[in-house]
Design a protein around this ligand. Sequence first.
Ligand code: ADP
Ligand code: ZN
Length: 439
Amino acid sequence: MQNNYYQPYYETMPYEEIKKLQSEKLVKQVKHVYDNVKYYRDLMDEKGVKPEDIKGIEDLHKLPFLKKDDLREAYPYGMLATDLKDCVRIQSTSGTTGKRVVAFYTQNDVDMWEECCARAITAVGGTNEDVCQVCYGYGLFTGGPGLNGGSHKVGCLTLPMSSGNTERQIQFMMDLNATILCCTPSYAAYIGESLKERGYKPEDNKLKAGIFGAEPWTEEMRRDIEKSLGIKAYDIYGLTETSGPGVAFECQEQTGMHINEDHFLAEIIDPETGEVLPIGSKGELVFTSLDKEAFPLIRYRTRDICVLSREKCSCGRTFVKMTKPMGRSDDMMIIRGVNVFPSQIEAVLLNSGYAPNYQIVVDRVNNTDTLDINVEMMPEDFSDTPKDIMNKEKSLAGSIKTMLGISPKVHLVAPKSITRSEGKAVRVIDNRKRLGINV
Ligand code: ADP
Ligand code: ZN
């Protein structure tokens, strides 16, 4: 595949120039926020830092962080930095981890966001000859509107499907020859499964690429989806607070996502101490949106854990790359004192030949944490005797124990008994929370 850029000037800008651009934008942005957002002005005053103290990105560390709780406290208008009459749109977080956050956009903000999505679509080979099927949810969730806007900008024929109604998704995909599919990875897996059930082979569809994100997914899941749909599967990352999907996107190398650094300044910090970590360290991703007008967040702590890298990329883009976030710091479960991410369990299941249909149930019985994992049987398990099934469960539990260091109970359950996701998959049920235990 060729190196396709949507905005080559920015996407291939030498790093020294990106830094200069970021510095200029940061100085302006800090002043804009200080002058217009009382909430952040108070935080800066508390820290004793004035806009004049910020002369470039080297001064970024002087500024206070913002957390999701700040946004919840400032709900709805407390972070707004422009007149409401200059705003044309709101979007809202999915509320995966608590009360929803509302973000505001001016027309310039919408354009910038859609351009970021257009970069992502172009990077996977999208052109005006493509048919782009968007089955992220439309509405308050940013997935649908973001990719829809990006697809328009690239000039693809856009199928604004939204999520759900898998029957119709498949019909339109086949009848209208969709070439690019955009949705959550869990929904992509479900569409792949549904195509197979209807007797389609991977080569029967015209899809060439998928742009999947909005939730954590493993490399194993990527391979699974690529195989079932006969495509290349690319990752895309973003969050409502900074705009939506397209903050970072994968290129043909598929080794992490380029962050659109002309718009978003990224840092990695130690989530415990807030200390800024050197490039290459694993930690919490923090973003400063450099030119958003209505909802410009400075040093926003995403709670997503990843690693940044500035290694040269074969696609020619100079933007820093982030690894796939393995989950948010608050997706991490502490089970019997051990840190566990659902993605670690997913990797073992898929490597052992199971489909990505599973559910993790955590509980506490007699003061001890329990970990149960329900996994759907594969069709070939049907003819198994109860003893065979028990052996398979034991073997899977053994592999998971090797990965995590703690023993789960694995239950092979009937096919189709775990609800499929059309948006962000819910993988964990933590009953300890219902018991009022702080986990
Ligand atoms: P919510 O925080 O309520 O889920 P959003 O819909 O804005 O609201 O989701 C943004 C979050 O989704 C990110 O902070 C991140 O945790 C997750 N996310 C988005 N894209 C990816 C991705 N490609 N890989 C892993 N996680 C992702
Ligand atoms: Zn690249």
